[in-house]
Design a protein. Sequence first.
Length: 287
Amino acid sequence: MSTTSFHLPALPTTARVRTALVKIPLATKVFLAIILLFWLISYINGFPKWAQLAPDLVFGGGAHRLSTYPFLHLGLFHTVINVLALAPLLERFELENGTLVTALLFSGPFSSFPGVLYTLICKLFSIKTPVQGASIWTFLLLTSTLYRASLTTPYISLPIPTLANSSGAPPTTPNPYRIPTALLPLIAILVTAFIIPGTSLLGHLCGALIGYGWGAGILKFLAPPEKILRWAEEKLQLRARLPGSYVAVDRSSGGRYGLLPTRENGNVELGTVGGSSGGFGEGSRHE
């Protein structure tokens, strides 16, 4: 009696994990660490409602909520899901734009602009649901990335094979259905809202809107002038003091993951452009 042996994939060693963590750029490390720190604080001291984006409290002395809500999550699972979704997109952004730009944008306008937009819409329609979660950054980055990809790859092909005909000929694949690349983030947001109850559809759409603005170049003014960033780098000697994980402003790269795939006819097969997942938990809406 013969048996078939198989080998399980090798588990990552401590050395591999350490190497992978070291390769993560500085700003990405810091933001992910703050997210985990917020979870630890909420685990020890209880859920910090002072950090939520509560529409009825933002303009009543709670403007700090516009900066803190992306770091706050409803539990460990909500935290882990959002960290896993955010990490590769944020890392790619930092590798393409630099550590200083990433730190300034995500600690400022990439948090406050979607937050203000969400708050104003909630005020307009008398919505008082507070939100929190880093998935607003995830959808912002996903939207920006896919919008830029749409300039060279306008459509994603969705091939639908036909069934075998009566003559017994093998199934054929007709001209594939095409989905506009720029609309994929909106589809992902709707799917997330459908399959994960409690997610903030409005919050994700606000993040996506800022992502479209950044990807289209409309909001490029949010980034400080390159001359000032270069001066700050030289003055503070950031390259020398933070070797390895610091990404300079003049770093010209497609990112560790390279450019999104393109085809001569402007189409790309579905599955080559990654998606995103939102977090979920209990109680208030989460992003």
